[in-house]
Design a protein around this ligand. Structure first.
Ligand SMILES: [Zn+2]
Length: 229
């Protein structure tokens, strides 16, 4: 279906047709090489692109991993800070709780005050209460004596955080031992009638400096807002 003139030209130049053919083949071949080259370049480009993409992805993953580690560290730091704050708050609360003052006995009647009595000094307050009435530590402290001693009967001495020492006497039962740490309101024993006592009561003494130098407990107890009886 070649045009007539073209058909004529092919017929006229028979050798030329070979040239044209080989030229065409060369052209084809060149084109093939170019195509191959182009494919190679394209492949190389694709490879480069792929490589770049992979590197970018790897880099992004590394960045993400790094960011993840940083976040994890920050989370851990925040968690540690929260924990430390909570512990500090708990310590502060325990400190406040420990420094509270509470009544040595919740019920009872003042039957004898501090001062001269029967020709000698009565060194504390007597709070009349039924045997078995609970007796409490007035604040945070350490038990420095828990024993049945002459005259006092069952006696408990507590040295509080501020250095004050309280003596409780005539107890029917002691619930603490020497060295025990007590908190405000901890039960340390029960009211009784042991030792030199005429009737069930708590004998309470206050020694502000810890030595055997009792003061009138009433003003001290009132100052601490824990007067009894
Ligand atoms: Zn007494």
């Amino acid at each position: 279906m070649l045009p007539t003139s073209a058909a004529v030209a092919l017929v006229v130049t028979a050798t030329g047709a070979t040239v044209a053919e080989s030229s065409s083949a060369l052209t084809f071949d060149l084109t093939g090489q170019q195509t191959a080259l182009a494919r190679t370049e394209q492949a190389a480009d694709e490879a480069t692109t792929t490589d770049l993409a992979q590197r970018r992805q790897a880099s992004a993953m590394q960045t993400a991993a790094l960011a993840g580690r940083v976040e994890a560290k920050q989370r851990a730091a925040r968690s540690a800070a929260r924990k430390a704050a909570a512990e500090a708050a708990a310590r502060a609360k325990a400190e406040r709780e420990g420094k509270r003052w509470v009544k040595a006995i919740r019920t009872g009647t003042l039957t004898s005050g501090f001062g001269p009595r029967w020709g000698k000094t009565h060194d504390g307050l007597d709070i009349g209460a039924p045997t078995g009435t609970p007796i409490y530590a007035m604040s945070k402290g350490t038990v420095i004596l828990s024993a049945n001693v002459f005259s006092f009967g069952n006696k408990v001495e507590i040295r509080y955080w501020d250095g004050t020492v309280s003596w409780y006497g005539h107890m029917s039962r002691r619930d603490v031992a020497v060295g025990d740490t007590v908190m405000p309101g901890d039960q340390v024993g029960l009211v009784g009638n042991t030792g030199h006592s005429f009737g069930s009561h708590l004998h309470l003494e206050i020694h502000p400096t810890g030595g055997d130098n009792p003061i009138n407990p009433a003003p001290w107890l009132k100052r601490h807002n824990i007067m009894v009886g």
